[in-house]
Design a protein around this ligand. Structure first.
Ligand SMILES: Cc1ncc(COP(=O)(O)O)c(C=O)c1O
Length: 450
């Protein structure tokens, strides 16, 4: 049957292909599969009772407001709370610098809508977050990449990529998705220097910053950027250069941040992803354009969810301490799961397979011998009822075939042990098959019915 829709699709759909891997990974949603594929939090740590109590309080006290349309920029008390929380991170901002979004994924899409023209070059790390590539491909972005190693982005290799004139850099400094690595302080400082020297701004995506299991918190790029302004311009003029004292029309006389870095974070990993609640901290001129773009997308983020989140964060018996205590619990659970996974990998993975050992976050990154293809091997893994995401999806140019991402937050320690054991056997077999094929002169294949 001919359909009138195929030839009516916009040009941009050509760059928005679904992937065969996604189709394969759909199979991994079945409960008998041990899935290390998703980026999902452990459902056991969701604060269900706190949500239930907060929802009841919101509906009892603010029911009509909670069920009504609301401002595109977000619920003001929540934006104030976020500006206060950011101050604890050293990020000096006003509520006017904060936009509430329906997940950080929407923030990425909004920034794409506001910043990217077809053909614009974006600099990303290699590998990088798949969801950002998906969002920005829709705006017909091109990508240039700089690889990461155990200390994050290889800043030594940055200059050449910057001379190609990217519109902005997209950086994940903490517990990288998918790489699991963290950008060192020294590299953070050099990255900001380069950003300043070449006049190329940064989108700093930080969903995992609070999920640190060991070591010291490192300052976000947005803070180092602010510090640099202060040193460069001298303390006398720092406020004038970094902060905009001119309030917007409805302003209240507070100082508004400026600078070269847009900061993103989310409640998805600290409260619950089903809430779809995240935020952007940026100069007012960016926020105001994002607000206009957001109006065309969803008018505003769900009022009910914003009020419930605000109530959870401030209104329960623990008040402002709820999140601190809850994040402490999440850290304990995930630290144990990371340790279980790493110990099992040391035990079961064959020689020649290497991996990152993250100090936080949800993921670690595995590199197989160069001759292996993680997407091919996934078929065998899924047949053995264990799943991961092949690494090529995280590479804008589709390379990295011998890499893959494992999530350690979702499965119980028992399942992690069993899943890693199975994966070790699958990798063993793939290596053996390759060696056998090589010694017989044949091309290696995996004979799995799938
Ligand atoms: C690096 C990164 N950015 C953004 C997101 C999207 O998060 P959200 O659930 O807030 O949309 C994720 C989700 O895993 C992520 O890992």
């Amino acid at each position: 049957m001919t359909t009138p829709w195929n030839h009516r699709c916009a040009q941009r759909m050509k760059s928005m292909k679904g992937s065969a891997i996604r189709e394969l990974l759909k199979l991994t949603e079945s409960p008998d599969i041990i899935s290390f594929a998703g980026g999902m939090p452990a459902p056991e740590v969701f604060p269900v009772a706190a949500f239930q109590a907060a929802t009841e309080r919101v509906l009892a006290r603010q029911g009509k407001q909670a069920l009504q349309y609301s401002a595109s920029e977000g619920y003001r008390p929540l934006r104030e709370w976020i500006a206060g929380k950011m101050a604890n991170y050293g990020i000096e901002s006003a509520p006017e610098n904060v936009l509430i979004t329906s997940g950080s994924q929407q923030a990425l899409d909004l920034l794409g809508k506001v910043l990217i023209n077809p053909g614009d070059l974006i600099l990303t790390e290699k590998p990088t977050y798949l969801g950002a590539l998906q969002a920005w491909r829709a705006y017909q972005a091109e990508f240039t990449t700089v690889p990461v190693d155990n200390d994050g982005l290889q800043v030594d290799l940055l200059e050449e990529a910057l001379t190609a004139g990217p519109k902005f850099m997209y950086i994940l400094p903490n517990f990288h998705n998918p790489g699991g690595v963290t950008l060192s302080l020294e590299r953070r400082c050099r990255l900001i220097e380069y950003s300043d020297r070449y006049g190329i701004p940064i989108i700093e995506d930080d969903p995992y910053g609070e999920l640190r299991y060991e070591g010291d918190h490192l300052p976000p790029l947005v803070v180092i950027d602010a510090e640099r302004f202060k040193h460069r311009h001298g303390r006398g003029v720092e406020t004038e250069r970094y902060f905009d004292e001119t309030p917007p029309a409805n302003g209240n006389g507070r100082a508004y941040m400026r600078g070269n870095v847009i900061y993103l974070s989310t409640f998805s990993k600290t409260l619950a992803p089903g809430l779809r609640l995240a935020w952007v901290v940026a100069p007012v001129e960016v926020i105001q354009r994002c607000i206009v773009a957001k109006q065309g997308m969803d008018l505003h983020t769900a009022t009910l969810n914003q009020l419930i989140a605000h109530e959870i964060l401030t209104g329960g018996e623990e008040g402002d301490d709820f999140l601190k205590g809850h994040v402490r619990l999440i850290r304990e659970v995930y630290r144990e799961r990371r340790d279980v996974m790493v110990t099992a990998m040391r035990r079961h993975f064959p020689a020649g397979v290497t991996w990152t050992e993250p100090a936080g976050g949800l993921f670690l990154w595995v590199t197989l011998p160069e001759y292996l293809d993680a997407a091919e091997i996934l078929k065998e893994a899924v047949a053995r009822k264990v799943a991961y995401v092949p690494g090529a999806s995280f590479h804008p140019a589709g390379d990295g075939q011998n890499t893959l991402r494992l999530n350690f937050s979702f499965c119980s320690p028992e399942k992690i042990n069993e899943g890693i054991k199975r994966l070790g056997e699958v990798f063993d077999r793939a290596i053996e098959q390759h060696e056998a094929a090589e010694s017989s002169g044949a091309i290696p294949t995996l004979d799995v019915a799938f």
